[in-house]
Design a protein around this ligand. Sequence first.
Ligand SMILES: *Cc1c(COP(=O)(O)O)cnc(C)c1O
Ligand code: SF4
Length: 358
Amino acid sequence: MAEEWVEQMQNQVNTLEKLEKYINVSDDEREAIEALDTRWGISPYFASLMDKDDPDCPIRKQVIPSMKEQVNKYGMENYLVWKENRATEEVRPDCIARQYTDRIAFTVVEICAIYCRHCFRKELVVDQDLQLRFDLDEGLAWIAEHTEIRDVLITGGDPLLLSDDKLEYLITKLREMPHIEMIRIGSRLPIVLPHRITEGLKKAIGGYHKVPVWLNTQCNHPKEITEKTAKAVYELLSCGINVGNQAVLLKGINDDVDTFRELHLKLLRTRIRPYYVFYCEPAPGIDHFRTTVEKGAELIRDAIRGHTTGLAQPMYVLATKIGKIPLMPDYYIIDKNEKEYTLRNYKGETTKIPNIPE
Ligand SMILES: *Cc1c(COP(=O)(O)O)cnc(C)c1O
Ligand code: SF4
């Protein structure tokens, strides 16, 4: 018999008929599903977390196509080619995206357990206009030759959809390269298909080794986290895999103070350390999810910093083709002179510290 996660993938909710078993499909949702030529699908587990009657459900909005995806006032055409520096002089395999000297993103697969409507890799993953060749051995050979790379970020699609054998092969090959110091995996599966965290997977990628594995998942709303996710995260941690979160700031989903704070506190209660919150990138067809640029920094200022446990604070970043640009809430130094700095805290109170000359 197939493993439970494989069955979940085989039964992905990707037709109107299947979707109707989970929710009362709205007219708008029906129209988009019928009209748009787009890849969509939801693991049965994640589909069961949707609100049956409310089309504004934060999970429904992330996974069910919308006619708004046809609007593209601010999105850039050929976004990924630009963003991932694919049209540059350095010759690299399709699976390698490079913005930094010492680390790269290694795309190993283009399928997912859910197809996020806000995905910045939509051209590749969801709309499939961009065809790339993902060859594990080609990528591994490139990394082996580039000894300046010390950190490999395995991404997709969702890399944990590879079989245990393929993952073990990939991780083992990377760990054998003397210049590789750490491996990162970007996967939504601990949230959208926690069944994937099996004993077999733990054996394939976990265990004590001098090259550690860090897994960053994506969770955007507290409603996405269940007991099943909590157990899966514990399993990952128990075999030495560090777990973090990279959320995307999404208009109408997590851009209010209460949801933003609860998301980050619930992540900590689930043993997931918030790492990044991303500004919703200018990829095509996702205008309706985008907030102002400053919004993320404002939310950290108003919902998290000082208001609650410091570990709950992610870094808010704008992901660009020249790397990630952090944007901090700017309330810290309000005045500086030869003698002292005046500092302001989250409540607006001020204090002073001396200015020490160099
Ligand atoms: C995000 C990203 C990284 C990793 O960035 P960190 O800030 O180290 O997490 C590396 N390479 C590419 C191409 C990326 O997009
Ligand atoms: S899981 Fe990741 S790659 Fe897949 S659709 Fe969602 S955001 Fe895109």
